[in-house]
Design a protein around this ligand. Structure first.
Ligand SMILES: Cc1cc2nc3c(=O)[nH]c(=O)nc-3n(C[C@H](O)[C@H](O)[C@H](O)COP(=O)(O)OP(=O)(O)OC[C@H]3O[C@@H](n4cnc5c(N)ncnc54)[C@H](O)[C@@H]3O)c2cc1C
Length: 488
C-alpha cells in the first residue's frame, strides 16, 4: 500500500522507490476487513472494484455486528454501521433518542434503526447505490489479504516500483545514526535516502536499528494473541463483519467469496492457546475437522515516534491495535497520507517530523480509546476476563471525560467537538458504542408513550420504497465478476 501510495502521488517527481520483500519470511496473512478509507485508496489509485474485488475474493462491508458483548441487552447484538452522507437525516434523531433514554424514557436507541448501513446489513443488501438514489454510501470491504498483497505488488511494479526479493540481515548507519543502506543475505546492499520500515512485528529498522521505544497498551487492552481457522464460504455472504464475544476475547467472522475467515483474539493471561483453539473450533463446529489453526502473537501498542531520523514506520512495525474495528490498514493509509502531506508542505525538517509524529501518535491513542470502550462497557459476568475488563481503571483522561459526560447526561456531541475526536471515531460512532452496550440509567416509572418516530417504521419514514431498491449482496458480487470477465 505504501509503495502504491508513494508511486501514485509522486509519479511526476524524481523519486525512485524500491520495495524489498523477503522470499523466506512470509506476511502475517491475516487482516481481512477494512474501513471505508480503503475505498478511497482504490479510487485514488484508479483501480475499479471489478478489477480487484473478484481477484482478491472480496465482499462488501457495511457494518460490524457485536454479538454477546452485553448479554443483558435485547436484542443480544448491536451494530456499528459505517456512517454515510444520508445519515445526516437520522443521526440527530439517534443522538436525541440516546439523550432521551439517558433521561429515563423508553425510546429506541438501536443504531441499526437509524443508520442506513445498518438497515442494509440487516437485509443483506449491497451498499451500491441504485441509479435513482441520490446519496453516497460509505462502505468497506472484506478480502483475502494474501491475494490483495500480490495484486498491489503487481500494480506497484506497473507504476515503476522496483521489487527486490532479499532477506535483509542488517541496516548500516551514518555517523548521526540515520540509515545509510540495508545489507542482504546474498552480500548485496540497498542504499537509499529514506527508508520505510514495513517489516511487520519485527520492526527491523524503527525498533531494532534505531531503538525507538515501543509503548505497550497492555494496561487497558489485555488481548495479546490470536488463533485463525478458515471455514467454508457462506452462500449468501453477510454484508458485515460479525464479532462475537467468547470467554476470554472475541471471534471475528469475515465472509469472502471463496471461504470464511474466522479467528479468536484473546488474552494469553486468561486462557492458553490450546483452550482458545478448542473454544473457536467448538464455536465453528470444526472440532474434529482436518483444518489447520494458525496461532499468532500480537504486539499491541505503538512506537513513541513513527518517523525517526530518515525512517518512517508503517504497518505492524509502527504499532498495532487489536482488529476489533479493523483499523490497522486504515492507520497505514492515513499515516502514509499524513506523511506525504507533511513532506510536501515542508520537506524533511524537524518541524514537519515533530508535527507528524504528534498527529499520528494521537490517532493511535484515540483509536485505542474507542476499542478500550468496548471492554470497559461490557456487561458480561461469566469470566474473570470480562470482569477484569469492566473493572479496569487504566483509562485515558480523554475516555474518562467522555464517559463522565455521558453518565452525567450532558452534551456528548459538544464534548467530542471540544476534544476534537472526530478524526477517527466521530459522534455517531460513540453513540453506537454507548447505546450498543445499554449504558443507560433505569427507566422512569412514568412513561409518556408515543412520539418516537423511529419505533414503528425506522428509516423507511425518511426514504420511500422505490428509492430503496438495493440489490442483494450476492447479486452485486456476481455482477462484479461478470464485469471483470467482460473487460478481460
Ligand atoms: C489477528 C490479526 C487480525 C487482523 N485483522 C485486521 C483487520 O481485520 N483489518 C486490518 O486492517 N488489519 C488487520 N490486522 C493487521 C494487518 O494484518 C496488518 O496491518 C497488515 O497485514 C500489514 O502488515 P505488515 O505489512 O505491517 O506486516 P507483515 O504482513 O508481517 O509483512 C512484513 C513484511 O516484511 C518482510 N520482512 C520482514 N523481515 C524482513 C527481512 N529481514 N528482510 C526482508 N523482508 C522482511 C516480510 O517478507 C513481509 O513482506 C490484523 C492483524 C492481526 C495480528
Amino acid at each position: 500500500m505504501t509503495a502504491n501510495l508513494f508511486a501514485k502521488r509522486w509519479q511526476e517527481q524524481d523519486v525512485s522507490i524500491t520495495l524489498v520483500e523477503s522470499p523466506n519470511i512470509g506476511i502475517i496473512g491475516v487482516g481481512e476487513g477494512s474501513t471505508p478509507t480503503l475505498k478511497r485508496f482504490f479510487d485514488d489509485q484508479g483501480i475499479a472494484e471489478h478489477e480487484w474485488m473478484p481477484e482478491c475474493k472480496a465482499t462488501y462491508k457495511a457494518s460490524i455486528s457485536f454479538e454477546g458483548w452485553s448479554p443483558k441487552l435485547r436484542p443480544g447484538a448491536y451494530a456499528h454501521p459505517f456512517i454515510s452522507q444520508l445519515d445526516t437525516f437520522s443521526e440527530r434523531a439517534f443522538h436525541v433518542n440516546c439523550q432521551t433514554r439517558r433521561l429515563g424514557l423508553d425510546v429506541t436507541t438501536e443504531p441499526a434503526q437509524f443508520l442506513f448501513n445498518g438497515w442494509l446489513a440487516e437485509r443483506g443488501l449491497a451498499p451500491i447505490t441504485p441509479p435513482n438514489f441520490p446519496f453516497r454510501i460509505e462502505y468497506g470491504y472484506h478480502f483475502d489479504s494474501g491475494l490483495l498483497g500480490e495484486f498491489l505488488k503487481r500494480k506497484a511494479i506497473e507504476q515503476g516500483v522496483m521489487h527486490l526479493q532479499r532477506d535483509v540481515v542488517a541496516a548500516e548507519q551514518h555517523a548521526d545514526g540515520s540509515i545509510s543502506q540495508l545489507r542482504a543475505d546474498d552480500g548485496s546492499s540497498i542504499a537509499g535516502d529514506f527508508f520505510v520500515d514495513c517489516s511487520g512485528f519485527r520492526a527491523l529498522l524503527i525498533q531494532q536499528t534505531l531503538g525507538v521505544e515501543f509503548e505497550r497498551f497492555s494496561s487497558n487492552l489485555f488481548n495479546d494473541a490470536a488463533v485463525a481457522i478458515p471455514s467454508a464460504k457462506i452462500d449468501a455472504p453477510p454484508v458485515q463483519t460479525l464479532s462475537t464475544a467468547l470467554s476470554a476475547g472475541w471471534a471475528w467472522q469475515i465472509p469472502l467469496t471463496h471461504r470464511t475467515g474466522n479467528g479468536y483474539v484473546y488474552s494469553s493471561s486468561h486462557i492458553t492457546s490450546d483452550q482458545a483453539e478448542l473454544e473457536l473450533r467448538q464455536k465453528l463446529g470444526l472440532l474434529n475437522a482436518d483444518v489447520e489453526a494458525r496461532h499468532l502473537k500480537m504486539n499491541v501498542g505503538q512506537v513513541s515516534e513513527h518517523w525517526s531520523k530518515n525512517c518512517l514506520a508503517l504497518g505492524l512495525s509502527q504499532g498495532f491495535i487489536e482488529p476489533l474495528e479493523a483499523t490497522a490498514l486504515h492507520l497505514v493509509q492515513t499515516t502514509a497520507e499524513i506523511f506525504m502531506d507533511h513532506l510536501e508542505a515542508g520537506g524533511f525538517t524537524d518541524q514537519q517530523r515533530t508535527e507528524f509524529n504528534a498527529t499520528v501518535y494521537n490517532r493511535f491513542e484515540r483509536v485505542r480509546d474507542y476499542i478500550v470502550g468496548h471492554y470497559k462497557l461490557n456487561t458480561r459476568d461469566d469470566s474473570d476476563y470480562w470482569r477484569a475488563n469492566r473493572e479496569n481503571r487504566s483509562l485515558s483522561e480523554s475516555l474518562l471525560q467522555l464517559l463522565d459526560v455521558w453518565y452525567r447526561r450532558e452534551d456528548l456531541v459538544r464534548e467530542i467537538a471540544r476534544q476534537e475526536l472526530d478524526s477517527h471515531f466521530g459522534v455517531t460512532s460513540w453513540h453506537c458504542l454507548l447505546a450498543g452496550y445499554g449504558q443507560f440509567p433505569p427507566l422512569a416509572a412514568n412513561q409518556p408513550g408515543g412520539g418516537d418516530l423511529f419505533v414503528e417504521k425506522g428509516l423507511e419514514t425518511l426514504f420511500s420504497g422505490s428509492m430503496l431498491n438495493f440489490r442483494s449482496h450476492a447479486q452485486a458480487l456476481a455482477e462484479l465478476t461478470a464485469n471483470r470477465e467482460a473487460t478481460n
